[in-house]
Design a binder for this molecule. Structure first.
Ligand SMILES: Cc1ncc(COP(=O)(O)O)c(C=O)c1O
Length: 421
């Protein structure tokens, strides 16, 4: 496991590299493309929500505006609109009462991890490698995070059973399983429907709550989307985590946790978990900013509670970038058997495997000597594996930069590869 301090310093390290080499081309940051942020238009959507709130409560516009500017309910004020959007865009059958609006998905993670793992020995599971925000949330909560690896010939259900038994032998209990089934950060991979069903079955059997994180699901470029895990969950073991950071913009800091109606079949257990999350939130952020909730709510109202139209243009941009990256990789490394990469069907990230270890030192060297910054996969790894892999983010760049960046990376690989030595 990476040392806590080393994980928490990863972002500083990358920021420093970016500051030190301002002309370097960066594949490090998975930021959404800014050219699709329509702040002026979105700000005007606040009044659409204000009108809607006034109508629903029988208030004047002035009263509704004052309410928005006031402290608000901890669980949020746009829950019904979010539920409707999730029903339309994600095909998740949920109601407003199941939702807690959070300050981005990150807050939902920070609330859910300690709420699930309350007693000593209660641990979180995660796919390996995994999103750095999850490991950070677990570290801050003092909760151990255990990697789940599926062995050859094993199903997810069997792997979960094996790991739960191994943990129990050491006095530990897995309480939650964090994963991003669609266009995973950092690998860009997607779980099949069979894998999702197998995970739900394993988690149901061992009473493990799935945290299904889905910031990238609406950015599918091709192929059919498997159902969301929350839509397959007939036992009540999936908490779905939504965010508007990538579909609208990160600055809204609006996300949501959708708690199952009946947690492992119990409506009371579900209510207790939702109350626990709300109580924790009330001492962290009190409530998610009602101004930005009103902005998101207003956009949802004006878009008919679907973001399908809004994501069209950025999705084409990400697809174009993915294609530029695949072409550039093919041009630079095609035919080399010691270098491999995946072809993500959507999202922001791609995984590249190299013939030598790529860690902090190589990141700094590559930035200094060739002017390109990539993310070592060890930053996301929960153990000492993935030393030969890097994550390439293609979301926030232009195709010409992508092409030039890969050529620079290829020069670094050429000078560092074992066969060049
Ligand atoms: C997998 C994953 N989850 C959560 C987040 C954080 O999202 P938010 O901005 O909603 O806190 C990110 C952001 O990059 C992410 O990649």
């Amino acid at each position: 496991m990476l040392a806590e301090s080393s994980r928490l310093s990863v972002m500083n390290f990358l920021n420093e590299a970016a500051n030190q080499y301002p002309n370097a081309i960066s594949f490090a940051s998975g930021r959404p493309a800014e050219s699709y942020f329509s702040l002026e238009r979105w700000l005007t959507a606040i009044s659409a929500f204000q009108e809607h709130a006034a109508m629903s409560a029988g208030h004047t516009l002035l009263q509704a505006g004052r309410r928005i500017a006031q402290y608000g309910p901890t669980a949020g004020v746009i829950n019904a609109l979010i539920a409707r959007q999730l029903r339309i865009d994600e095909r998740i059958e949920c109601e407003a009462e199941q939702i807690i609006v959070t300050a981005g998905c990150q807050e939902a993670l920070s609330l859910a991890v300690p709420a699930l793992c309350r007693a000593p020995g209660e641990v979180m599971l995660a796919r390996n490698p995994t999103y750095i925000g999850m490991t950070g949330a677990a570290d801050f909560a003092g909760v151990e995070i255990v990697p789940v690896e599926v062995r050859t010939g094993e199903t997810w259900e069997q792997a979960l059973g094996r790991i739960a038994a191994e943990l129990r032998r050491t006095g530990k209990t897995p309480r939650g399983f964090y994963l991003t089934p669609d266009f995973d950060n950092p690998t860009g991979t997607v779980l099949t429907e069979a894998e999702r069903r197998s995970i739900v079955a394993g988690c149901a059997e061992h009473r493990i709550v799935v945290l299904e994180d889905n910031p990238y699901g609406m950015f599918r470029f091709e192929g059919d989307a498997p159902p969301r895990m929350a839509a397959l969950d007939d036992v009540g073991c999936v908490i779905y985590l939504a965010t508007y950071s990538k579909t609208l913009c990160p600055a809204v800091r609006v996300g949501a946790a959708v708690v199952p109606k009946r947690l492992f079949g119990s409506a009371a257990a579900s209510e207790r978990l939702r109350a626990e999350l709300s109580e924790r939130k009330s001492f962290v952020t009190v409530n998610t900013s009602q101004v930005t909730q009103a902005l998101v709510g207003g956009v949802l109202l004006t878009e008919g509670c679907t973001l399908a139209g809004l994501v069209q243009a950025p999705r084409s941009h990400y697809r174009r970038n993915r294609d530029a990256l695949l072409d550039a990789l093919d041009g630079a490394f095609g035919g080399r058997e010691d270098i491999a990469w995946n072809r993500p069907e959507g999202g922001f990230f791609l995984r590249l495997s190299l013939p030598f270890e790529f860690g902090r030192q190589e990141t700094a060297e590559c930035a200094r000597e060739q002017g390109v910054i990539v993310m070592p996969m060890t930053f996301f790894s929960l153990d000492s594996t993935r030393r030969h892999e890097v994550r390439l983010a293609f979301s926030n760049a232009e195709p010409a930069e992508i092409e030039a960046g890969v050529q620079r990376l290829a020069r670094y690989v050429e000078q560092t590869s074992p066969r060049a030595r």
